[in-house]
Design a protein around this ligand. Structure first.
Ligand SMILES: Nc1nc2c(ncn2[C@@H]2O[C@H](COP(=O)(O)OP(=O)(O)O)[C@@H](O)[C@H]2O)c(=O)[nH]1
Ligand SMILES: [Mg+2]
Length: 319
């Protein structure tokens, strides 16, 4: 373990890859790794891209990464697509598209989505973001298919979120349904080389007129094309503007510390549950109390408080 952390700190990409696998597999070392990483995190800017399958998220990420690399920035990319196992077409396409970056030391790409539940995926994605952040990338980019709550959860880890739309019929309407509207900091209307993109831009602007702005920021709507490069620089500029906005208004730091607080509470609650379930598997006080409630000898509240007390005193004895 120490060996791999040392190599990680020395900037070895292979150690980063190993470490991510350990996190993904919920290896027993997982907690110690995250403890070590914590003090190295908090420097990367996390950028999310979400939208329907085929909207051009991967193509757009590719373009944005090119622009960031040209500005000397390093980038870690996480592609989350639970519907695409490694052999799947979409991911294979992504890999080919990203091959150019694969030879670049300033870019690291990780695909996820083959294991675990969606809820688990959101948790793992957050941990992989931490690993990339700690490794020292200036930017961490997450690409997810924006269809459900789990993907929205994943996006809560992003500092800025780009929602990718296309001239395709009814795209914008679908987006409101999925609740993506609230998480968009920038709208990219991709494939503006195709007819119909003006209409989508106008539609989104009307929706934004009707909606109260979140935190005083009105998301810009940028027509882009990965085919001819139109609007890519504008998109990158708008992302930078949002970042500056968050910094200038102290929103970035307060959001991040709020997130860390929430995570800590989650861990504490999870640990409590774990302790109770461990006791439940053993014959003893917890099972006795449950039996008594079952027999209606004591009430559930009294039993529950006694269970909490028992579990915490059990803990003290072990220490
Ligand atoms: N005409 C046109 N096609 C595009 C553009 N961007 C992406 N595509 C195509 O749209 C398809 C889906 O792109 P992809 O990036 O894989 O979408 P994702 O599923 O959202 O990641 C591919 O065939 C791309 O070549 C664009 O700006 N214009
Ligand atoms: Mg993709």
């Amino acid at each position: 373990m120490e060996n791999i952390i040392d190599k990680f700190k020395a900037g070895e990409t292979r150690a980063l890859a190993r470490l991510i696998s350990l996190l993904e597999n919920q290896d027993p070392s997982h907690e110690d790794i995250l403890k070590e990483l914590f003090y190295l995190t908090g420097k990367a800017y996390v950028l999310g891209f979400t939208g329907s399958p085929g909207a051009g998220k991967s193509s757009l990420v590719d373009q944005v990464v090119k622009a960031l690399r040209a500005a000397g920035q390093t980038v870690g990319i996480i592609a989350v697509d639970p519907s695409s196992p490694f052999t799947g077409g979409a991911l294979l396409g992504d890999r080919i598209r990203m091959q150019e970056h694969a030879l670049d030391k300033g870019v690291f790409i990780r695909s996820m989505g083959t294991r675990g539940s969606l809820g688990g995926l959101a948790k793992t994605t957050k941990e992989v973001v931490k690993a990339m952040d700690a490794f020292g990338f200036d930017w961490v980019i997450i690409e997810t298919v924006g269809v459900g709550q789990a993907e929205l959860d994943i996006m809560h880890v992003a500092d800025s979120t780009v929602v990718v739309l296309t001239p395709g019929a009814g795209d914008a309407i679908q987006t409101i349904k999925a609740g993506i509207m609230e998480i968009a900091d920038v709208f990219a209307v991709n494939k503006c080389d195709l007819p119909g993109s003006h209409k989508v831009v106008a539609e989104v602007q009307i929706m934004l007129d009707q909606q109260c702005s979140h935190d005083g920021w009105r998301p810009p709507v940028v027509p882009v094309s990965c085919l001819n490069g139109q609007g890519i620089n504008d998109l990158v500029a708008d992302i930078q503007k949002h970042r500056t906005y968050l910094l200038d208004n102290n929103i970035l730091n307060s959001r991040r510390s709020e997130r860390t607080r929430a995570e800590t509470l989650d861990i504490a609650i999870h640990k409590w549950k774990e302790k109770i379930f461990t006791q439940l598997k053993l014959p003893g006080r917890v099972n006795e109390l449950l039996d008594k409630v079952g027999a209606r000898e004591i009430d559930p509240y009294t039993a529950a408080y006694e269970i909490l007390e028992h579990v915490s005193s059990e803990e003290q004895e072990n220490n």
